[in-house]
Design a protein around this ligand. Structure first.
Ligand code: ADP
Ligand code: F6P
Length: 478
């Protein structure tokens, strides 16, 4: 493919190359909300390319096409995987940007490798983009890329979108190299955030740390020497899902049959409660299991009537905090099943693997209650997927106030997951909710999600980018 007019740059490609013990390789869907959202946007984009990492170390893979997408792999060395991805991205930035739920670790060598890895992505994106094109950079792993691209390719329009929260000044100020991170981001024309609060946090940091003039949404970046000042915009664009996928899947007889089969395999309980998360400490799985365990212990939930399913997707398995979390969760589930499971079926059915979209949809269709209890979450697409799957307009979403989704999904049962008593009451309330109340809430939630799907999110962002990018954007449109 010749150079593309729209290039997406993200840490991950939409597919991951997995090597089996016998040396054979296969491509599997990459984990996480970024891929879920961007994959459907890219399937519909002409002359677009996706630059990202294929998930292994020291693997040189030539650009290739998959379905309608053109993918350009970036090779990471084993040291880069350890220090850029597992280290600075997921052991420094991730906990710091998620309210320090876990302690952020910082090592100067991680930063050095983060800079070099960002340079690799920037170079690959610059090389893949047509004259006057548009480059859309994604997420916290690539915060230096906008500025690096600007110096390599002054002709292109650059957008950046953060899939995770942007922390308040008081937390961001702790980040060593904070000035460089802000300057890296300010290489973009438009910076997108999940919530209004995140955009404001960013502009506050720029004002306080760099001393630039900034209103809530506009920042003036002073030009160097003879350069003119530049205006960068920071706005919120809440991400969403491709509702058409769920519309189709929920009408597929095989998916309907699978939902029925799952319920039967669980012994046809009166109610099914579901949790679906990457196995990540930000998701509040510990809090959820504590509340659910206490309800079993109190006798408020009878495991003969109610079964909980917890899907925990493997994630960042070499980072210590994730290893510890997995041990803790699996110990707790084992204990609760040991104490409460009826003979022949679980109180909590736990799965630590990925599933095809058909199975995920079947799970949503058979769940009477979904628990999203994140302690902090950029958006949380699982919440929106559940809503999109409820063609029967039934089911209850218990949703943490600390998700981006809570700003939009006001008809969910909103909870503070830190308050275990409140969480227990919310679960019981959800299990007892009348069909009429479920329907009222679900109708309102479905309207919200169907009116704001991922295609609209992408076009809102790209239109704003064209407007802000000015001349460079006009070139890209030609
Ligand atoms: P995050 O981006 O932090 O992982 P989100 O809730 O925004 O959280 O997105 C998670 C995405 O991953 C959703 O699209 C969800 O359907 C998908 N997902 C989660 N667990 C699994 C699993 N076990 N198998 C397949 N897809 C999964
Ligand atoms: O949506 C947030 C996100 O962190 C993405 O940036 C990331 O790709 C995804 O979740 C999954 O994490 P990872 O790429 O580290 O497996």
């Amino acid at each position: 493919m010749s150079r593309a007019s729209l290039v997406v740059v993200a840490n991950r490609l939409p597919v991951d190359r997995k090597t089996a013990p016998d040396g054979s390789t296969e491509w599997v869907t990459s984990p996480g909300g970024l891929v879920t959202a961007m994959e459907s946007v890219m399937r519909n984009a002409d002359s677009a390319a996706w630059v990202g990492w294929a998930g292994g170390a020291d693997e040189d893979i030539a650009p290739f096409d998959i379905d309608t997408m053109h993918l350009v792999p970036v090779t990471l060395t084993a040291e880069e995987v350890e220090k850029y991805y597992e280290g600075f991205s997921n052991d420094t930035l991730w906990p710091l940007y998620h309210d320090v739920i876990a302690d952020p670790n910082f090592h100067r060598t991680w930063w050095d490798v983060y800079v070099e890895a960002n340079r690799k992505f920037a170079k690959a994106a610059a090389a893949a983009t047509a004259e006057g094109g548009t480059i859309w950079v994604h997420d916290y792993q690539l915060q230096l890329v906008p500025e690096m691209i600007r110096s390599l390719r002054p002709d292109v329009t650059i957008g950046w979108f953060n899939h995770i929260p942007f922390p308040p000044f008081e937390l961001f100020a702790q980040l060593p190299k904070r000035d460089s991170v802000l300057r890296g981001l300010l290489g973009a024309d438009l910076l997108g955030f999940q919530r209004e609060r995140d955009a404001i946090n960013f502009t506050t940091c720029v004002r306080q740390i760099l001393g630039y003039r900034a209103s809530e949404h506009q920042i003036v970046v002073p030009g160097l020497g003879l350069e003119e000042d530049r205006t960068v915009e920071a706005r919120c664009f809440p991400i969403s899902i491709d509702v058409s996928v769920y519309d189709e899947l929920t009408k597929d007889p095989a998916v309907l049959a699978r939902a029925k089969e799952i319920r039967e395999q669980l012994g046809n309980p009166k109610k099914v409660v579901l949790g679906v998360d990457r196995l990540d400490y930000t998701k509040g799985i510990r809090h959820r299991l504590k509340a659910y365990g206490e309800l079993l212990n109190d006798g408020a939930i009878d495991p003969h009537d109610v079964t909980m399913i917890q899907v925990a997707t493997p994630s960042r398995e070499r980072v210590d905090a994730y290893k510890q979390l997995r041990d803790e969760i699996e110990l707790t589930v084992g204990r609760l099943n040991g104490d409460f499971a009826p003979i022949g079926r679980p109180a909590i059915s736990y799965m630590h693997r990925t599933f095809p979209r058909t199975d995920m949809t079947a799970l949503y269709m058979c769940a009477d209650v979904v628990l999203v209890t994140s302690l902090r979450d950029g958006m949380n697409l699982v919440a929106k997927e559940y809503i999109a799957s409820r063609i029967d307009e039934r089911g209850v979403l218990v949703l943490s106030e600390f998700t981006g989704a809570a700003d939009e999904l006001r008809a969910a049962t909103l909870v503070n997951p830190h308050d275990i008593d409140e969480l227990k009451s919310a679960i019981l309330h959800a299990l007892a909710m009348s069909e009429e109340e479920q329907q009222d809430n679900m109708r309102s939630l479905r309207r919200q999600v169907f009116d704001h799907d991922v295609q609209r999110w992408a076009s809102d962002f790209l239109e704003a980018l064209e407007r802000v990018g000015g001349d460079r954007g006009a070139e890209a449109r030609k």
